[in-house]
Design a protein around this ligand. Structure first.
Ligand SMILES: Nc1ccccc1C(=O)C[C@H](N)C(=O)O
Ligand SMILES: [Zn+2]
Ligand SMILES: [Zn+2]
Length: 215
């Protein structure tokens, strides 16, 4: 194995940004076009992308759920790098509540798998949201980041955004749109740095998990 390759397994837990990417009903579809083309004599190919800030796998910024919240560019990075616990919540019926949470022992970051198979090609509105009470409980256990393979921690029709507001109350961070189909429950190193978008209410991220270093 060449020297630069990590000997620790990496899981890519990110969606592919592409035309046809399922997005929140009514939001901006992902579009890609080439503005400079080698086949037209340009020395390089250069593209242009149009998308919603919440496309695919992303981190919400507090600005998304608080008018005076910080933007994606201002979010500190340490919440998005470090040990995490992946929890299989597929057997939970309805929303993920306190009774559905495992003994975390100690976890700064918790990622919930809710889909048997991630819906890459069709918008699904029947995801398992996370209750505000569960967010509160996680915060009291010291959890700084909550992640999910769902498009939101709240239900699609939510008007109260109770889970987001519980996150805001405890200054936690959120990852949404993760792809955890190939990830067993357990502890991993998470790396999921949000794009540094000035004014951004969310930051797209290439999220990965990596085997923890041997103790
Ligand atoms: N694109 C949207 C447009 C309008 C309302 C919500 C969304 C969302 O994507 C939900 C978001 N990911 C969330 O943080 O809950
Ligand atoms: Zn979001
Ligand atoms: Zn959100």
């Amino acid at each position: 194995m060449s020297s630069w390759r990590s000997s620790r397994r990496i899981w890519d837990i990110s969606q592919t940004l592409r035309p046809g990417l399922p997005v929140w009903p009514g939001d901006t579809d992902f579009a890609f076009e080439r503005t400079w083309k080698m086949e037209e004599g340009s020395p390089v190919n250069v593209g242009k992308m149009t998308m919603t800030t919440h496309s695919g796998t992303h981190a919400d910024a507090p600005l998304h759920y608080a008018a005076d919240g910080m933007d994606a560019a201002a979010m500190e990075l340490d919440a998005f790098i470090g040990e995490c616990l992946v929890v299989d919540a597929r057997k939970v019926s309805g929303e993920i509540d306190v009774a559905d949470l495992p003994d975390l022992e100690s976890a700064d970051r918790v990622l919930f798998r809710t889909w048997d198979a991630f819906p890459h090609d069709a918008w699904r509105s029947d995801w398992k949201p996370i209750s505000a009470e569960a967010i509160e409980w996680l915060a009291l256990q010291g959890v700084k980041l909550v992640g999910t393979d769902a498009p939101s921690v709240d239900p699609q029709e939510s008007k109260t955004m109770a889970a987001h507001h519980a996150v805001a109350k405890h200054d936690m961070r959120i990852l949404e749109g993760l792809v955890l189909d190939d990830v067993e429950e357990g502890r991993y190193e998470l790396v999921a740095l949000p794009l540094k978008v000035g004014g951004g209410d969310a930051g797209l991220t290439r999220a990965i998990l990596r085997e923890l270093r041997d103790a």
